[in-house]
Structure formats: structure tokens, C-alpha cells
Write a protein that binds this ligand. Structure first.
Ligand code: AMP
Length: 287
């Protein structure tokens, strides 16, 4: 197994990146509490690059004031083990004061990378104002620090992936964005660091989210292509949750299909909150 280096300062990371000559570099940005979903991203990067950097950073600028920034799981020791097992070379785990300038903590403001409003005022962005500005800002900072050839993102956060791809194009980052499949528990639940918040009852209900997506895909494959019918079908499986949204969007512009008829390749997305622990869970499927 390769040696894994833990780096916690930007200066040390920059110095190491500067030393790499003729080496292809992959970046896997994460908020830590690493699980098999993250591990598959890291393994993809290790396969396709000479050098892999995993960032572990719970990014304050992407959390709203009433969100779970403080209670978000932080498990650096275990993260290092998983990153090492997956073959990473570096874990970059700065603290917020290292990542952002001092003035951010005084003024609660920093220069932000803001994607088009049309893409951030819907779906996850609707209930999380400012979230994607924070994501794009921290990802841009990581791109500037690591200068990767490729960066790895999960399809689980489909809206994030779409927005990042647009940002990379529009800000001329010379980085290939690699899309990685959703990794699931045996019962179908998409693995997430936030699954650790689930109560025993929530855990029993949670697989219904993926079940509803699979049922919708089945219906679509049997010829039902009216968006409203497909969305209503999904909702019937989600009675035990507080549904935030169930939507179908086109992969190309992340907007609902204009004709109201769903095309192959469109994506159904779901966000719900569980009844007991009120954990926010998201999932999606390509139809
Ligand atoms: P996070 O630490 O939750 O911010 O996620 C870091 C990266 O891992 C993002 O690109 C996520 O889309 C990806 N990811 C998280 N969970 C999964 C999963 N179950 N399957 C695939 N990718 C995932």
C-alpha cells in the first residue's frame, strides 16, 4: 500500500504540487466522513491518474445559518484509513481558518463564485439559498490549489455536478470533470455521510426513496412518459417522508422537459426529510 500524506496547510500543499513534474493529478473534493461512495471516487481517480489528492473539508460557506454545519460528522482518523485503502496519495484537510482569510470570520463575507440564478434557485438551491455559491467557491479554491487534470464528483449530487460542469466551462478551468455512479447500501439507500443521523425507524423507511425511483423507471420503460404521472407515482411511495421536491429535468439544461413528456436520459430527482430525525436525503435516477 502507498504512503498517504496528510497535509493541513495551503502552503505545504502548494509546495508539493509544484514539485510534481509530468504527473497527472486527480482531485476528489469531499466533506469527509468518508464512506464507500467517496471510496469509489478515490479509486476511479487512482486508476486514471499518477497522483490523487482527496480534500476533506466541511465548508462553512455552503451551509445556511440553520443547517447542520456544527453537527456534521468529522472523522479524520477513519477518513485517512479509507483514503489510504483506496490508494490516495494526499489527504488535504485544512481547518476553516486555513482555507479562508481571517476577514471572512469577522465580516462573514468572502469573494464568491456564483453560478447562474436559474440553476441555483431550484431543487436543492431553493431550500438552501447560497449553498451552490459556497460549493463553487470552495471547489474553485481547491482547483487553484491542486491544479488537477481531473476532478471526481458523484452523480448522487446531480444538481451540484451539473453546476460544477458549467462553472468549469464558463470559467475556463482546464480540468476534466469525471462523473461517478451512485454507490448504494444493499437495501438501495444511496450512501451519505448524513445517513448517520437516521433513527432506527428512519432507516427502515429510507430505502423507499430508491424504490420509488426504480418504480418510476419501470413505468417509463413500459411507455408512460407523462412527467406528472411519473412524479405522482413517486410521491405515492414517499408518504412517510416530508417531501421537499420530486422533479424531472433534462440532463442538458437541468430544466423540466418543455413538452411535459419525459425523454430517455432525463433525470428524476427526489429530496425528502425523514419523519423522526428530520434528516434531509436526496437521490436521483436517469430514466
Ligand atoms: P460530500 O462529502 O457529501 O460533499 O461528497 C463528496 C463527493 O462524493 C461528491 O461529489 C458526492 O456527489 C460524492 N458522493 C457522496 N455520496 C456518494 C455516493 N453514495 N455515491 C457516489 N458518490 C457520492
Amino acid at each position: 500500500m502507498k504512503n498517504l500524506k496528510l497535509i493541513q496547510t495551503k502552503s505545504e500543499l502548494k509546495a508539493l504540487i509544484k514539485e510534481l513534474k509530468n504527473v497527472s493529478t486527480g482531485l476528489v473534493p469531499t466533506m469527509g466522513a468518508l464512506h464507500n461512495g467517496h471510496k469509489s471516487l478515490i479509486e476511479n481517480s487512482v486508476k486514471e491518474n499518477d497522483f490523487t489528492v482527496v480534500s476533506v473539508f466541511v465548508n462553512p460557506t455552503q451551509f445556511g445559518p440553520s443547517e447542520d454545519y456544527d453537527k456534521y460528522p468529522r472523522t479524520l482518523e477513519k477518513d485517512l484509513e479509507i483514503a489510504k485503502e483506496a490508494g490516495a496519495d494526499v489527504v488535504f484537510a485544512p481547518n476553516p481558518k486555513e482555507m479562508y482569510e481571517e476577514i471572512y470570520f469577522e465580516e462573514k463575507e468572502t469573494t464568491l463564485v456564483c453560478p447562474p440564478y436559474k440553476y441555483v434557485n431550484r431543487l436543492c438551491g431553493k431550500s438552501r439559498p447560497g449553498h451552490f455559491d459556497g460549493v463553487c467557491t470552495v471547489v474553485s479554491k481547491l482547483f487553484n490549489l491542486v491544479k488537477p487534470n481531473r476532478a471526481y464528483f458523484g452523480k448522487k449530487d446531480a444538481q451540484q455536478l451539473f453546476i460544477i460542469k458549467r462553472m468549469v466551462k464558463e470559467l475556463d478551468f482546464d480540468i476534466e470533470i469525471k462523473e461517478c455512479d451512485i454507490v448504494r447500501e444493499e437495501n438501495g439507500l444511496a450512501i451519505s455521510s448524513r445517513n448517520s443521523y437516521l433513527s432506527e425507524n428512519d432507516k427502515k423507511q429510507a430505502p423507499l426513496i430508491y424504490l420509488s425511483l426504480k418504480k418510476v423507471k419501470e413505468l417509463f420503460q413500459n411507455g408512460v412518459n407523462e412527467a406528472e404521472t411519473l412524479i405522482d407515482t413517486a410521491i405515492t411511495y414517499l408518504k412517510d417522508f416530508e417531501v421537499e421536491y420530486v422533479e424531472i429535468v433534462s440532463k442538458n439544461d437541468f430544466c423540466p422537459p418543455v413538452s411535459k413528456n419525459v425523454q430517455k436520459g432525463d433525470i428524476m430527482l427526489i429530496a425528502v426529510r425523514t419523519k423522526e430525525s428530520r434528516t434531509r436525503l436526496i437521490d436521483n435516477i436517469e430514466l
